[in-house]
Design a protein around this ligand. Structure first.
Ligand code: GAL
Length: 381
């Protein structure tokens, strides 16, 4: 399947873990539509682990848990589709899923067939209990082939947590997104940890195979299955901005049925979403604008070329105490001061304009754990 921008949607795991059922999925579908999130691009509704019975049926097929999904998965998929959304499910390369339900090892074709019959549009494929005799790369290729053989377009989401140098082989498997990190938790500490993994692998993104930094924790507020103390609003904004800037899939992880205004305002920031979904998918680059006083690693600045000629800028303050300031000269970001261009700079979180003076953009007061994200509109005059 060809996927030309980072997928957006929602996944059950971060908040609900094993506490999922048909009613919840239907309510999530309703809320995606009614809140306006669907219209912003959040289109995949993905059921994670713990949806099946512990045993396959006599024909070797996966069976939905009868208590959680009494009407079967086709009925759930039909409901999700009736809302104009896409339906995602979960399985695993191993004999069991991470939570101990049947995995797809040696059942790849029959499972792919089952998912296709149910109307699945997205398969997340985990990495637990894998066979010692099969390399991860082979397992992913096998399921990818099995999905294609169904004839249905199913987005293939690999989840091997970056293990076994996933980045070296994942783009040979047909996976459309690949998890580069271990599991996110609802804490600033974990956000920082995942950011450093993203840095280690060079913030890379392949064509048709997007680097997945894991689901979003925005709005979880210390509750739910992956709770770990929660984050402040500023930290949620920094996390969301980073994921968006680096082209990660944007999969909501909070309970949207119960989201507060601030959570919605973060998740629905169109300007930030646009940077994530920009059609050229250019990789951001690190700016050489470090403040002499502060280590560049702690408060990095990045720029990213956008498809219409605009430039996105982002500064992330990962330090705990230091408020930082940054400046960027136009020539650092490919804007030749001698060429007559008209540039305007918009702060994508406050909406305010920022002045360019002496061919320099000065960004003041980036507070600890906060970020600043700008779009420079560039017009020829
Ligand atoms: C983990 C995976 C999580 C979630 C969980 C389910 O391996 O990284 O995102 O899917 O398994 O058991």
């Amino acid at each position: 399947m060809m996927v030309n921008k980072p997928p957006m949607g929602i996944n059950t795991w971060n908040t609900f873990g094993s506490k999922i059922d048909e009613k919840l999925i239907m309510q999530m579908a309703d809320t995606l539509v009614e809140s306006g999130l669907k219209d912003l691009g959040y289109e995949y509704l993905v059921i994670d682990d713990c949806w099946s019975q512990k045993k396959r049926d006599k024909d070797g097929r996966l069976v939905p848990d009868k208590n959680k999904f009494p009407n079967g998965m086709k009925a759930v998929a039909d409901y999700v589709h009736s809302k104009g959304l896409k339906f995602g499910m979960y399985s695993c390369v191993g004999t069991m899923t991470c939570a101990g339900y049947p995995g797809s090892y040696r059942h790849e074709y029959i499972d792919a067939q089952t998912f296709a019959e149910w109307g699945v549009d997205f398969l997340k494929y985990d990495y637990c209990y894998r066979s010692k005799s099969t390399a991860g790369v082979e397992s992913y290729r096998k399921m990818s082939t099995a999905l294609k053989a169904t004839g249905r377009d199913i987005l293939f989401s690999a989840c091997s947590w970056g293990h076994d140098d996933t980045h070296k082989w994942i783009d040979t498997t047909g996976a459309n997104i690949w998890r580069a990190t271990t599991d996110i938790k609802d804490s600033w500490k974990k956000v920082k940890e995942l950011v450093s993994v993203s840095n280690e692998i060079g913030n890379l993104n392949f064509i048709n195979c997007f680097t997945d930094l894991d689901m979003l924790i925005v709005g979880m507020r210390g509750m739910g299955f992956c709770a770990e103390g929660g984050c402040t609003d500023d930290e949620y904004i920094t996390h969301f901005s980073y994921w968006a800037f680096f082209g990660s899939p944007l999969m909501i992880g909070c309970d949207i049925r119960d989201m507060d205004e601030k959570t919605f305002s973060i998740l629905s920031n169109k300007d930030i979403i646009e940077i994530n979904q920009d059609s050229e998918l250019n990789r951001p680059y690190l700016l050489r604008c470090s403040d002499a006083m502060i280590d560049k690693i702690e408060v990095p600045g990045y720029a990213k070329q956008l498809s219409n000629g605009d430039i996105a800028l982002a500064f992330f303050n990962f330090s705990d105490e230091k408020t930082a300031s940054r400046y960027v000269t136009l020539d650092m970001i490919g804007l030749d001061a001698d060429i007559p261009l008209e540039c305007t700079v918009k702060d994508l979180w406050s909406g305010e304009a920022l002045e360019i003076s002496n061919d320099t953009i000065r960004v003041e007061k980036i507070e600890p754990h906060c970020c600043k994200v700008y779009r420079i509109s560039v017009k020829a005059v």
